[in-house]
Ligand binder design. Structure first.
Ligand code: ADP
Length: 595
């Protein structure tokens, strides 16, 4: 177990360093953003310094020309501050979004490689949603953590030097106050944040579990009269989470209060030493206001650092979880010396395959034969638990088979590198994940660098092109969390378009109409079979509509093939398939009658 263990330890050790390494391609944008940010804060400090000088000097009623330069400087700092801040946001977000896009692709690829057999935990939607949140949280390292620290270091040094040149003692006071606010204070809040983050996550998890129990078990709990007690448990978990969150808010508040206190002390300290320096003739009186007020502006540099360290704690946790997925090893072991991928055209042959989910379980797939020649479409039908999804997992190389053979152009697939093999065989899962991003980004996951025509082509094949053209933002439309802003059918079509775009020679489609109403499911299967013409396709379904378009229908029961043939042949045979078909037609008739 050296592999996964070692990689998990590596992920735990350096998740932040690895996130930064991933951001290397956008480092120029990041440096630009940081420089612009430093310019913005520097302009803020310059504004205070020059205004203080201007007001002091103006009170001496000098010639107007003596103030001209300072007036221009005040205007310059005031204007440039806003512009620089805007530029910083633009460059910083651009860099962060590029990193996010790259990370999403990597996570998607890993999940595709691992799921469904490798990471059973991720079959639960909430965990997958958390992973997506984790990926999104990692951009904060580039937006809210690294830049504030870099800017504080650079601009802080320059400001202290300038104040020190005017009055060394005031410079030293400012330096001490800034260091206190920049190092021990954020460190302390960071430690507290980490500790609290763990408690909050546990409290959130406990509440989530209670609420889930309540929702899923409501009928039984009501019948057994246990609903009240369960509700009280959920309320207690909620109160616990509130307590932990309040304690967190208090720590953040105390952190901010201490920063403000240090800022005040620095200002009063500079004023006191400034006044005595003016008295002793060491400092020109006109500079006194500048020396006393610059600390106020300079504290803008450090006021965000406690929040940045708290964000850092969150990013570290998120990054560790994401890298754990990226590093996880698939359950089907990689061959020590993988054989090179055979050249196209690709032909998959399944012979007498037997597979199960654990050592002593009954066979979930029990001696299946199957041919997927180029362009051939096969449908696997059968009742729930018949072994359809297990067969799909075997074909995708997610689950090892114990007997029989699965070959690609004559080469046993267990001898091929899993990742390479899965460039030949692609899949669309029942609940394919849609990322909280735009239509375009969701499509580009499958093929970065696809042209606009290729994207439109894929959408056209799944009948989404007219719809996407009708959207105000077109392909830049946000689809919402888990694709919540588009319909279930559109989500599924989008997932299929993504698979088509990836251009797999062989496609395994696992219940594409699942979770959808019958009419939508029928329409999707029909469009799908049209769209995949020419692509070797294994369609797993328990909806028996549209199957006259496939070359072979295989009826599976308890893992074994009970019937096979074309849709027409099977109907004529009046066996199991004809029976299932007649039953489904009857329920449709009832559905139509009741509408
Ligand atoms: P279908 O897709 O036809 O509904 P499955 O392939 O999901 O059927 O299931 C076939 C058999 O394998 C069932 O008896 C099911 O309980 C079992 N099975 C499926 N997935 C797992 C799993 N991850 N772990 C253990 N047993 C499983």
């Amino acid at each position: 177990m050296t592999g996964p263990g070692a990689t998990t330890r590596r992920a735990a050790r350096a998740p932040l360093a690895r996130t930064l390494a991933l951001a290397r391609p956008v480092s120029q944008r990041l440096i630009l953003a940081t420089l612009l940010g430093a310019g913005a804060v520097g302009a803020g400090i310059g504004l205070i310094a020059t205004s203080a000088w201007l007001i002091s000097r103006a009170s001496q009623r000098p010639e107007e020309s003596a103030l001209a330069l300072a007036i221009v400087a005040v205007q310059f700092f005031a204007l440039s501050r806003g512009l620089l801040r805007y530029g910083e946001r633009l460059a910083g977000h651009d860099a962060a979004f590029r990193l996010l896009a790259e990370l999403r692709v990597q996570v998607y690829r890993s999940l595709e490689r691992l799921a469904p057999a490798g990471l059973p935990a991720f079959s639960r939607g909430d965990l997958l949603a958390r992973l997506v949140d984790d990926v999104d949280a990692m951009q904060d390292l580039l937006l809210r953590v690294a830049p504030p620290f870099a800017i504080a270091a650079v601009v802080g040094f320059c400001t202290v030097t300038l104040v020190w040149l005017a009055l060394p003692s005031a410079g030293l006071i400012l330096l001490a106050a800034l260091i206190l606010a920049a190092v021990p204070l954020p460190w302390l809040t960071g430690c507290l944040a980490r500790w609290r983050e763990a408690r909050q996550a546990a409290a959130r998890g406990a509440l989530g579990e209670r609420v889930l129990d309540l929702m899923q078990g409501a009928p039984e709990l009501t019948v057994n009269g246990a609903l009240e007690a369960q509700l009280a448990h959920a309320a207690e978990a909620d109160a616990q989470l509130t307590r932990v969150s309040l304690a967190g808010a208090r720590t953040a508040g105390v952190g901010q209060g201490l920063t403000t206190l240090l800022c005040g002390l620095a200002m009063w300290g500079a004023l006191l030493v400034g006044v005595s320096a003016v008295r002793s003739g060491q400092l020109a009186g006109v500079l006194l206001a500048t020396v006393a007020l610059v600390p106020l502006a300079a504290f803008e540099l450090v006021s965000g650092l406690p929040a940045a360290t708290q964000t850092l704690a969150r990013v570290r946790e998120s990054a560790a979880r994401v890298f754990e997925v990226l590093d996880a090893q698939p359950r089907v072991p990689m061959p020590a010396q993988p054989v090179a991928l055979p050249a196209p055209p690709h032909h998959i042959s399944v012979r007498g395959v037997r597979a199960r989910h654990s050592a002593h379980a009954p066979w979930a797939v029990d001696g299946v034969d199957l041919e997927l020649a180029p362009g051939r479409r096969v449908a696997i039908v059968g009742p729930s638990g018949a072994g359809k999804s297990t067969l799909a997992s075997v074909l995708l190389g997610f689950l090892a088979y114990e007997q029989g053979s699965v070959t690609l152009n004559g080469v046993e697939i267990s001898r091929l590198a899993g990742d390479e093999y899965r460039r030949i065989v692609g899949t669309v899962a029942q609940d394919a994940h849609i990322f909280d991003s735009t239509l375009r980004e969701n499509l580009l996951l499958a093929r970065r660098g696809a042209t606009a025509q290729e994207l439109d082509g894929a959408l056209d094949r799944v009948s989404l092109l007219d719809w996407s053209h009708g959207l105000a933002d077109g392909l830049d439309t946000e689809v919402g969390e888990l694709g919540a802003r588009i319909s279930g059918g559109q989500r599924q079509r989008l997932a299929i378009a993504r698979a088509l775009l990836a251009d797999f020679p062989v496609l395994v489609l696992d219940e594409p109409g699942e979770h959808l109403d019958t009419a939508t499911a029928d329409a999707i299967v029909e469009d799908l079979l049209e769209a995949t013409e020419g692509v070797a396709t294994l369609l797993i379904t328990h909806h028996l509509s549209g199957l006259d378009a496939v070359d072979e229908v295989i009826v599976l029961e308890r893992g074994a093939v009970v019937e096979r043939g074309t849709h027409r042949q099977l109907l004529r045979r009046r066996g199991r398939y004809a029976d299932l078909y007649a039953r489904e037609q009857a329920t449709r008739y009832v559905d139509v009658r009741s509408e």
